[in-house]
Design a protein around this ligand. Sequence first.
Ligand code: ADP
Length: 497
Amino acid sequence: MGVAVQLDPSVDRFVKAPVRKMLIDGKWVEAASGKTFATVNPADGSELARVAEGDAADVDRAARAARRAFDEGPWPRMRPVEREKILLTLADLIEKHGRELAQLETLDNGKSLIETTNVDIPQAAGTFRYYAGWVNKIAGETNPSDPAYFNFTLREPVGVCGQIIAWNFPLLLASWKLGPALACGNTVVLKPAEQTPLTALRLGELLLEAGVPPGVVNVVPGYGETAGAAIVRHPLIDKIAFTGSTEVGKAIHRESADTLKRVSLELGGKSPNIVFADADIEEAVKGALIGVFFNQGEVCCAGTRLFVQDKLHDQFASTLAKAASGMKQGPGLEPGVQVGPLVSEEQLARVTGYLEVGKKEGAKPLTGGERNTSPGLEKGYFVKPTVFTGVRNDMRIAQEEIFGPVVSVLPFKDENDAVFQGNSTFYGLAAGVWTKDVSKAHRIARAIRAGTVWVNCYNVFDAASPFGGYKQSGYGRELGRHALDLYTEVKSVWLKI
Ligand code: ADP
């Protein structure tokens, strides 16, 4: 075991408070019930902090505050340039506190400090900066109507947005949701996942410091069935934006019908990553590793079905297995760690359960295939990076989302077979293609039914590029200009001349 980095004193301050309170109407308050829950350090199972446990009563307070801030407050009425300035200040504050936020995220989620420092925190700041740039460019149009009238459109904010997010990229997902919502002038009730509430709460402090008025962003930590469900049902909330499992996404789709909320869903995936024999093999191995072991595989677009052209299959699988077994696993705060623990005991049980399912189905782990209980890791939720061969596309491990460091390598014959097998899933979030043949790359990119296709790369993101699902991976596009459609209504205005 190596030596973990020295914790920033501000991290200590944050986790050691007797209760980490929730943010409602610009104030830090306890739950109406007085209840708290523990968030756990997944590297050793210890309690990291106690957090106010929001439920329906707190969601109601938050929704009313957000409604007031929307109906009467300055945020939607502010000169665009002022809103832009506040979002830019927020981006600066996230960078200024980057070290602290990275450590907090690593402690709460488990992911390595390399990832939180180089990906989560800078990309969260970058997302707010990107949407700050949109504030004064969200415009309507004038329409060529009957000349007896002047007809134009206004792009107006949707209103109060309920934003429910997952635990795999806590701060980054909060920025994907809040960035466009705030840029368009909406107000928000944000619920972080119960496993990882800390960075969203710290972000709440930074939002106030940046000058976001009280009530514009309310952060209510709590459980899905209580706080989350209350957000989905609340009549004062106009829109739901959700990132999480397909199962919960479907429940939200059903539940939101009563109040006809606008809904956007970013759900699960079982993404094909397709390697042709004519690919740059060294690059493809690296891409396959990043595609599935980045963030311990707790990534909705992870390339978990790795299709390798049959003549290359065996050699590719064993090279990949060797590389996977050499990845450094340990607590995320330890220098050089590439694969941290899974987020929770529940997730550990789920992933190890799938390892058993895979073995029973006849798949063979070339490496991994079990929990990692090496000295020092026994109490944490570590699963060894696992490479399965002998997998058929109709096996459960090839069809169901595992959400852990587990990849299935499957052979394919030719282009048609790759597309057929690649598309044989209910999901459609992302895909990868590895080939030196440009025409083939274009054909596959069109033939695969998924919201993102990476060619000779994987897991590349930019705030300017849209992200979202086909099929049961959800609907609506986050990031880029497309997210503005989720957070605005179009009003048509007629004037008689
Ligand atoms: P996972 O199964 O990976 O934990 P979930 O889809 O259960 O993912 O959780 C994603 C987010 O959805 C979390 O913030 C969780 O609290 C919330 N959630 C879970 N169940 C519900 C529900 N019934 N209604 C609203 N939100 C929910």
